[in-house]
Ligand binder design. Structure first.
Ligand SMILES: *Cc1c(COP(=O)(O)O)cnc(C)c1O
Length: 429
């Protein structure tokens, strides 16, 4: 038999990707063919708990029937009109989502990176037309270790050499400062009157679930308000119930929507919110930027857009996805399960010297592995977790993110903690 015929179906599929696809990812070797709720199945029918949730796009669980139904029903009726014409789903969706999050207007796009670009464009235009910054002088503050997507402009202000080496020349107009450092923020804003906005992740997901001090968001709000600078929250990964509140900037508020969030002492209202990922429950690329009229009105016909942005499938899917978050109380569940996960793993870490720390909020968590970022320990642990029926992926070499779908039950979570503990106990370097 040749090498090829001996390969299992999974190996063949991996080889196909290796041979014909660009090598811009390094996936864990497991080939998935089905998903339902918190579970995925590989091509051999082996079942796994999904502890990545497609980077928090699948907060509502895989193939949620309500969201899939919205997709298939709309797909049979009308898929795309472009924005050259009106369609009968977009207005309803725009009313729904702005009411849900409490902003005047939404600008619909498709991917997270596009929504980030959209927010940056709105911020710059606002800087020139409302704040009075001189032509081409506007700057936007960003933070070390940020992750906002993969376009040239976004990687231009990344601090990760893997993300931007040899992709220059870079887009100017960004100033990067230390994350979670209020003094640096105040200093940067007072030093430069051309700063128009601050773009921030409430928790840095890709950087390894880097959670700032509890008051960092309210401090950004205070500094931005005092300086007349826009606070732009990238909630693509942290938003939509992931961290145990509707948005991570909602602080400790657990209500699901249409709420009195502003009455909560920890609630912070950003000037612009960027959403993506779980906005569709992972069934379709849907993203958007939310802000109030005095900001959004700087965008006029022809000045920004997308062929697919605001298409009727996206509109119906996003409404269903947000309905699920509310109906199934996913904010409350993420908060409750996150506390159980962290307390169990923190306890366990005391008995296991592979773990140096456990951190996170809601169901966006990470365990820090006691080895260097260059070591293969975290990767090998993820292979062992896979063998034991749980899928997670290392980030930055020695950090393992733990972010299951938010529809998980308490019993399932305990089961997952058992798997993690068993795997770590038996692991030999
Ligand atoms: C994933 C992510 C993005 C980019 O979203 P894409 O859909 O991959 O373009 C932007 N910001 C944050 C915080 C993200 O986690």
């Amino acid at each position: 038999m040749t090498q090829e015929t001996m390969a299992t179906r999974a190996e063949q599929l991996i080889n196909l990707e290796n041979k014909h696809g660009a090598h811009n990812y390094h996936p864990l070797p497991v080939v998935l063919s089905r998903g339902q709720g918190v579970f995925v199945w590989d091509t051999d029918g082996k079942k796994y708990y999904d502890f990545l949730s497609a980077y928090s796009a699948v907060n509502q669980g895989h193939c949620h029937p309500k969201i899939v139904k919205a997709l298939t029903e709309q797909a049979e009726r009308l898929t795309l009109t472009s924005r050259a014409f009106y369609n009968d789903a977009l207005g309803e969706y725009e009313k729904y989502i702005t009411n849900y999050f409490g902003y005047d207007k939404v600008l619909p796009m498709n991917t997270g990176a596009e929504a980030v670009e959209t927010a940056l464009k709105i911020c710059r235009k606002w800087a020139y037309e409302k704040k009075g910054i001189a032509e081409d002088q506007a700057k936007i503050l960003v933070f070390d270790e940020n992750f906002h997507g993969r376009t040239i402009t976004i990687v231009s202000f990344s601090s990760d050499p893997v993300a931007n080496t040899n992709f220059g020349p870079y887009t100017g107009g960004f100033v990067r400062i230390e994350y979670n450092n209020v003094a640096a923020l105040e200093q940067a804003i007072s030093a430069d009157p051309n700063i128009a906005g601050v773009l921030v992740e409430p928790i840095q997901g890709e950087a390894g679930v880097n959670r700032p001090d509890n008051n960092f968001m309210s401090e950004i709000r205070r500094v931005c308000t005092n300086a007349g600078v826009l606070f732009i929250a990238d909630e693509v990964q942290t938003g939509i119930a992931r961290t145990g509140s509707l948005l991570a900037t909602c602080g400790d508020c657990t209500c699901s929507h249409k709420c009195e969030r502003s009455a909560q002492p920890t609630y912070v209202r950003a000037d612009m919110i960027i959403l993506g990922k779980a906005l569709s429950g992972g069934v379709y690329p849907v993203s958007g930027v939310l802000c109030d009229n005095e900001i959004m009105e700087v965008i006029r016909p022809g000045e920004h857009g997308s062929t697919f942005g605001g298409n009727p499938i996206a509109a119906k899917v996003a409404m269903a996805a947000l309905d699920v978050v509310y109906d199934e109380k996913l904010t409350q569940n993420a908060r409750k399960l996150g506390e159980i996960l962290r307390s169990r793993l923190t306890e366990f870490a005391k008995t296991n010297d592979l773990i140096t720390g456990v951190r996170g909020k809601g169901l966006l968590n990470a365990i820090l592995i006691n080895d260097t970022p260059e070591s293969s320990t975290a990767w090998d642990l993820c292979l062992a977790l896979r063998d034991n029926g749980l899928l997670a992926k290392p980030t930055h070499g020695n950090i393992i993110r733990l972010a299951p779908p938010l529809v998980m039950t308490e019993e399932q979570l305990h089961n997952c903690c058992d798997i993690i503990e068993k795997t770590f106990k038996r692991f030999k370097k």
